[in-house]
Design a protein around this ligand. Structure first.
Ligand code: C2O
Ligand code: CU
Length: 483
């Protein structure tokens, strides 16, 4: 791609990318730059090798954030922005991200999906002490492999205050051919202070079990449905969309009016292109899709949720069309019909052969009832019973680590015996699920079984957890550990 444009994109703040960075239409065909074995990405080198360094500063601090037509809210943000600034690097480049903590409590940042050195993984008390208020910490790692990633605080419920952002590693050789790209960050917006879900007392005095935090609106790139982000395209272009879901709990169904989308990447890893009308995207997941712009007009881009809020919305607008907005209230047909992506439809490019596992763990996902873990303090509601979410009956941190060894092929079998879906995420590794490579995958409700396979090639203490923030904090977390 055009190096000059790339550098510009990297140093300006990437809210600007909402306008779309035109990219040199580059190499045709498909190139897989990552060697993988049993779904593990290439190893990231330890943080002591000299390379060209891209330095980026992030400041986590309380900041006002305006949701157009809804008001100004006090949030905790990176560099005062929501989502946080888009970090872009070129594959193989070294990143040094200096994080200043201006929050009234500790924090860390997790570089979600990057198989980096364990010490850079940003999990408080596991890979580093939390960065104290007023403190600074420099994360350093290779931007590799290429793909669509994200970053977020890994300290308690902080992501639901707004501490999330996109992280893009540009491939050196294009894996797909496209003319223009946009990043779409889907989020569920909480106006207040996040608190553990539990029993709360409603207006009638009845005790209620809360399953979802009191989100008020679903946003795309920080914008609400009635003041949507507009993505401008020209007829004939191939448009790459990087869909990222750093939401606290929301699983979206994503579709675009008048346009199918062709799925090209699962969590940053390339797949054989597959056209669908819609797809599900859960917290922690990323999908890259290509849209062929050949249906001029102004079309709704929408992401409906599994809660009661109206769908998140944006606009796909052709610059050669007189239409500025989609018809009032128009939603993509793909939200309710057409071809919905199933993971089994997809096949990774250059899929490694499945190896016989050296070690298998079988984990039952359960919970959602008030735990035996006792009372939890919550600033807003005082004392209340917290919800407990478990794997094989154990709620982290009172849970046995999954002990493995370097060089092993590890299988994790998941069986969801609960009434909620769980997007399960493994730090520091890619895994194979079905015929694709991912780092986060949904285990749907009511006895869905999913099998993950990964190569133990990046030793350390890694988290494996549900990416629903409240399930993670409620105990659905384990350590995966090896030296
Ligand atoms: Cu994005 Cu431990 O998570
Ligand atoms: Cu969950």
């Amino acid at each position: 791609m055009d190096r000059r444009i790339f550098i510009q994109a990297a140093v300006t703040n990437l809210g600007a990318l909402a306008l779309g960075a035109p990219l040199a239409s580059a190499l045709r065909g498909i190139q897989n730059t990552t060697r993988q074995e049993t779904g593990a990405g290439q190893m990231n080198t330890p943080p002591d090798q000299a390379k060209t360094l891209r330095k980026i500063n992030l400041v986590a601090e309380p900041s006002p954030f305006e949701v157009p037509s809804r008001g100004v809210f006090q949030r905790w943000l990176y560099n005062g922005e929501f989502p946080g600034p888009e970090i872009r690097a070129s594959e193989g480049e070294r990143l040094r991200l200096t994080v200043k903590n201006n929050l009234p409590e500790g924090t860390t940042i997790h570089w979600h999906g990057i198989p980096l050195h364990n010490a850079m993984d940003g999990v408080p008390d596991v890979t580093q002490p939390a960065i104290p208020p007023g403190g600074t910490f420099a994360y350093e790692f290779d931007a590799a492999p290429s793909g669509t990633f994200m970053y977020h605080s890994h300290f308690g419920l902080q992501p639901d205050r707004g501490l999330v952002g996109p992280l893009i590693v540009e491939e050196k050789k294009h894996q797909v051919d496209y003319d223009r790209e946009f990043t779409l960050v889907l989020s569920d917006f909480l106006p207040g202070v996040p608190a553990p879900l539990g029993r709360s007392t409603n207006a009638q005095g009845a005790r209620m079990a809360m399953q979802t935090p009191p989100y008020v609106v679903l946003l795309i790139n920080g914008r609400p449905p009635d003041a949507p982000a507009v993505f401008s395209v020209k007829t004939g272009e191939r448009v790459r969309l990087r869909l990222i879901n750093p939401s606290g709990t929301t699983i979206y169904r994503f579709a675009i009016g008048g346009h199918p989308v062709t799925v090209t990447h699962t969590d940053g890893r390339p797949v054989e292109p597959f056209p669908v009308d819609s797809l599900y995207i859960a917290p922690g997941e990323r999908y890259d899709v290509i849209v062929n712009a050949k249906n001029s007009g102004a079309w709704p881009i929408a992401a409906s949720s599994d809660n009661d809020l109206p769908p998140a919305r944006a606009v796909l607008r052709y610059t050669d069309s007189n239409d500025l907005r989609p018809r009032e209230g128009a939603l993509p047909e793909g939200l309710s019909g057409g071809r919905l992506l199933r993971l089994a439809d997809l096949r990774a490019l250059d899929l490694p052969e499945q190896r016989k596992p050296d070690r298998t763990f079988s984990l039952v996902l359960a919970g959602g009832t008030m735990g035996t873990g006792g009372m939890m303090e919550s600033k807003e509601s005082g004392k209340m019973m917290s919800q407990e979410w478990t794997m094989n009956g154990q709620a982290y941190p009172k849970a046995a680590p999954l002990e493995i060894h370097q060089g092993e092929t590890v299988r994790i079998r998941l069986d969801n015996q609960s009434a909620m879906p769980h997007p399960m995420h493994l730090h520091g590794h890619f895994f194979r699920v079905g015929n694709v490579i991912k780092d986060t995958t949904i285990v749907w409700t009511h006895s869905e079984r999913v099998e993950l396979n990964f190569a133990a090639n990046n030793s350390g203490a890694w988290l494996f957890h549900c990416h629903n923030l409240y399930h993670m904090e409620g105990g659905m977390t384990r350590l995966v550990r090896y030296i």
